[in-house]
Design a protein around this ligand. Structure first.
Ligand code: SF4
Length: 217
């Protein structure tokens, strides 16, 4: 059974997610440790430890392998106009990516936002390019930085420390949630293909610690 998530931040936009870290091969850097953005991940603590949040994400890891999964997802999204993939976890398998692409192609009435680190793996380049070519899909390859660094033309998002809000370059769009009690409200910038790079303001205690370490490095 398809298990859809509803998180308070997204203000009504639904999502499909997996367990963080264990489905996030892109979270591990070349030295074998977590990249900064993932070291402070919000989806490994807090509410994400509770069974009602954890269990659907665990079930989804097996559920997507069913032959009927694409048709079930398409039916599930018939009344959605925006959809977020992966408020936790990542698109860890090519077979999953191809199925997500099929869902995107069959739901042109939905604007899909897909954040990912799978762009680090060359074998995903083709399927990610086919997703990004769709008018109703915005793939946002995530930068590993928590200090606002990103590669233009590659990354669609980065994380900034609170002190970075006032010095944001014009090429980067500040996430509206930083000024809206941590919620999207009516903002849909992440789904918008004309918004090249979104900067999310670091939040939470573990992320604050990672940011301090990175700024001191
Ligand atoms: S930029 Fe807008 S849509 Fe994206 S996470 Fe922030 S508030 Fe939500």
């Amino acid at each position: 059974m398809v298990r859809i998530s509803v998180t308070s931040k997204l203000d009504g936009v639904r999502s499909w997610s997996l367990i963080a870290r264990e489905t996030c091969p892109g979270a591990i850097g070349a030295d074998g440790s977590l990249v900064p953005a993932c070291a402070g991940c919000y989806a490994v603590g807090g509410n994400y430890r509770y069974p009602n949040v954890k269990n659907p994400r665990m079930e989804n890891r097996e559920d997507w392998k069913r032959p009927e999964w694409v048709a079930d997802m398409v039916a599930e999204l018939r009344n959605d106009r925006f959809f977020r993939w992966f408020d936790s976890g990542d698109m860890y398998a090519i077979a999953l990516a191809e199925k997500i692409l099929a869902v995107m192609e069959a739901t042109p009435h939905v604007q899909h936002w897909l954040p990912t680190r799978m762009h680090k793996f060359p074998k995903f380049a083709d399927v990610l390019a086919r997703m990004q070519a769709l008018p109703n899909v915005m793939v946002r390859p995530s930068s590993d930085s928590v200090t606002g660094d990103y590669t233009p033309g590659l990354h669609g998002s980065t994380i900034i420390p609170p002190s970075g809000i006032d010095v944001l370059p014009p090429s980067v769009t500040l996430c509206h949630a930083a000024k809206n009690d941590g919620k999207c409200g009516a903002c849909r910038k992440c789904y918008d293909k004309s918004v090249a790079v979104v900067a999310y303001v670091a939040h939470g205690r573990s992320m604050a610690k990672v940011v301090r370490e990175q700024l001191a490095a």
